[in-house]
Ligand binder design. Structure first.
Ligand code: PEP
Length: 252
């Protein structure tokens, strides 16, 4: 089964509008001919509308970095799936480690959001990953198993197929300390086997698993060459044209 590589840029809380539009203007131009890779950028929710508008005639999709799981109502400060769809969003990053560890998002929150995103027709990018202390204590698989199992509670097989998972070891995010290709492959295979146990081989083989954590234009090719690595969720290196273009092209 061949899975299309998917490279997404997570801009986090960076770039003002003028910088965001300049960046996507150049990405659009320089990635115009890339047909074999799915590409997305995930701006701040304040700017998704303008970025999506600027990318509407391109091969680059737009993702949000978070969403709330209720459709509407008295949830001050939150954004719904319907609002994201309304402004041209296609993907939603869920359970990023910064949301889990700085903003106290729980496995249960991630599951409710995953269900809501799937029900809306958007594509979730569900992030999982262990802390350094957990890796050092030898509990990486336990942590990943619990995050994966809880994220997909009440998710039917037909929906599971549409999900993207991002394995992002927390110790590698924004630290410059990238997982080795073998470390990434080992956890990606573990995740695929967990999906297979619950949903069967066909679905497990179709789910895309991105790697995230200090991916840059120098290490991307080697990581993306691993059989169970189906793309990358890129933070810092997605904020500039040249490294992001090179990362996408290294997947060709
Ligand atoms: C991320 O935020 O998802 C990420 C992987 O960041 P960085 O590439 O900067 O480590």
């Amino acid at each position: 089964m061949s899975r299309r590589i998917f490279i997404a840029g997570n801009w986090k809380m960076n770039l003002l509008l003028v910088e965001a539009l300049e960046l996507v203007g150049k990405l659009k131009e320089q990635l115009r001919d890339v047909k074999a890779v799915d590409i997305a950028v995930c701006p701040s929710s304040v700017y998704v509308q303008q970025v999506a508008k600027s990318l509407s005639d391109s091969n680059i999709g737009v993702g949000a970095q978070n969403v709330y799981y209720r459709e509407k109502g008295a949830f001050t400060g939150e954004v719904s799936t319907g609002m994201l769809i309304d402004v041209g969003v296609k993907y939603v990053i869920l359970g990023h480690s910064e949301r889990r560890h700085i903003l106290n998002e729980t496995n249960e929150d991630v599951n409710l959001k995953t269900q809501a995103v799937l029900a809306s027709g958007l594509t979730p990018i569900v992030c999982v990953g262990e802390l350094l202390a957990e890796r050092e204590a030898g509990t990486t698989e336990l942590v990943i198993k619990s995050q994966i199992e809880s994220a997909f509670v009440n998710v039917a097989a037909a929906d599971m197929k549409k999900c993207v998972i991002a394995y992002e070891p927390v110790w590698a995010i924004g630290t410059g300390k990238v997982a080795t290709p073998d470390q990434a492959e080992e956890v990606h295979l573990f995740i695929r086997n967990l999906i297979e146990k619950k949903y069967g081989k066909d679905i497990a083989e179709s789910v895309r698993i991105q790697y995230g954590g200090s991916v840059n234009d120098e290490n991307a090719k080697e990581i993306l060459a691993k059989p169970n690595v189906d793309g990358a969720l890129v933070g810092g290196a997605s904020l500039k044209v040249e490294p992001f273009v090179k990362i996408v092209k290294s997947a060709l």
